[in-house]
Design a protein around this ligand. Structure first.
Ligand code: PRP
Ligand code: URA
Length: 208
């Protein structure tokens, strides 16, 4: 599928294996979510626009470049929270706009409970952060919200996806690049990714 990118990086694969392990405790789990998010951001931001500049070194002038566009990081509560700090450290000039959604356990449809976006868009590129792309309902709803806000360019960064979720997000928003650490086999009958890692929010926050 066009614009779906699954990381082939050995560090991502190594860290993802420990992340999936049911014996991994919340502290280590959070550390890994943070580190994998940084590695995925490195891949997901390779097409950001640059403005050329010149910098004075102790030895003379050197050509340089700065990020040209204002970036918005959009973590989806709760589980996306663990992905934001590391990525923000890489791009400290970014704005962070939280979106609160949870999946109704019965219908598996997303329910919005937090959105404090201002009236007009303040960023040129949005990067949605949410580790799990399961049915794709939450990701599609988040992109809907950002497009209604007026966001022009949107990228999605997740850690594990089910094929069903990728298809749903891609069908609804074919212009959105999807960056992932892994594409898993399927969803089970209660909407969990198999083999996945279980509930990403509960495993980060110790609430399972
Ligand atoms: C998880 C995950 C996504 C959503 C994915 O959140 O972080 O937001 O499920 O599922 P979908 O693709 O079927 O919509 P959850 O609803 O468990 O909320 P939480 O992060 O607050 O635990
Ligand atoms: N949300 C999760 O946290 N895990 C899944 O497998 C599916 C949705």
């Amino acid at each position: 599928m066009r614009n779906v990118y699954e990381s082939a990086h050995p560090l991502v694969k190594h860290k993802l294996t420990i992340l999936r392990d049911k014996a991994t405790k919340p502290k280590k789990f959070r550390e890994l979510i943070r580190e994998i998010a940084i590695l995925l951001a490195y891949e997901a931001t390779r097409d950001l626009a640059l403005a050329p500049t010149t910098v004075e070194t102790p030895m003379g002038l050197a050509p340089g470049a700065f990020l040209q566009e204002q970036i918005g990081l959009v973590p989806v509560l709760r589980a996306g929270l663990g992905m934001v700090e590391g990525v923000w450290e890489m791009m400290p000039g970014s704005e962070v706009w939280h979106i609160g959604l949870f999946r109704d356990e019965r219908t598996l449809k997303p329910v919005q409970y937090y959105n404090k976006l201002p009236v007009s868009p303040t960023v040129q590129v949005c990067i949605v952060l949410d580790p799990m792309l399961a049915t794709g309902g939450s990701a599609s709803a988040t992109v809907d919200i950002l497009k209604r806000w007026g966001a022009q360019r949107i990228k999605y960064m997740g850690i594990i996806a089910a094929p069903e979720g990728i298809q749903t997000l891609h069908d609804a928003h074919p212009d959105v690049d999807i960056h992932l650490a892994a594409v898993d086999e399927k969803l089970n009958e209660i909407g969990y990714i198999v083999p996945g890692l279980g509930d990403a929010g509960d495993r980060q926050f110790g609430t399972g």
